[in-house]
Design a protein around this ligand. Structure first.
Ligand SMILES: [Zn+2]
Length: 138
């Protein structure tokens, strides 16, 4: 997979993405841990450096911010300034997400995506219940 980013760009991206995503990721991890699931975090050896890896269940969970990963929900909107800069960047993110997902599936992993908007207070319990349910039946 081609990565056209300069190191500066990449570290800028990562720091922005990480700082925004840290909280939702932690919420998911905490919940899973409390339910007795054990996982590895940010596994660099796997495509996309997945946030949460559950080897026992051969399952990977990506926790994704709706803006950075172009979720088809009310939270995502194209930036109104600097479009020529952001558009390709965001499209590339989405494309990379898809490629990583396919690579992981080829390696035999089940891939789940949890969106930031699904972790809002009123949806959190429902979202996590369905994840736990899927894990238990995997
Ligand atoms: Zn969303």
């Amino acid at each position: 997979m081609a990565d056209n980013h300069t190191p500066e760009e990449r570290s800028y991206n990562m720091s922005r993405i990480r700082s925004i995503d840290t909280k939702p990721e932690e919420k998911v991890r905490k919940y899973l841990f409390a339910q007795g699931f054990r996982y590895r975090k940010n596994v660099k050896k796997l495509p996309g450096c997945p946030d949460i890896v559950l080897p026992k269940y051969k399952t990977i969970i990506f926790v994704q911010g709706c803006f950075w990963h172009m979720h088809n929900c009310g939270r995502f909107h194209w930036p109104t300034s600097n479009q020529e800069y952001w558009e390709p960047k965001i499209l590339r993110n989405a494309e990379r997400d898809q490629q990583n997902k396919e690579k992981l599936q080829d390696l035999g992993w089940t891939v789940m995506t949890v969106w930031e908007c699904e972790l809002k207070k009123k949806y959190f319990e429902k979202t996590m219940n369905s994840i736990v349910d899927k894990l238990k039946h995997s």
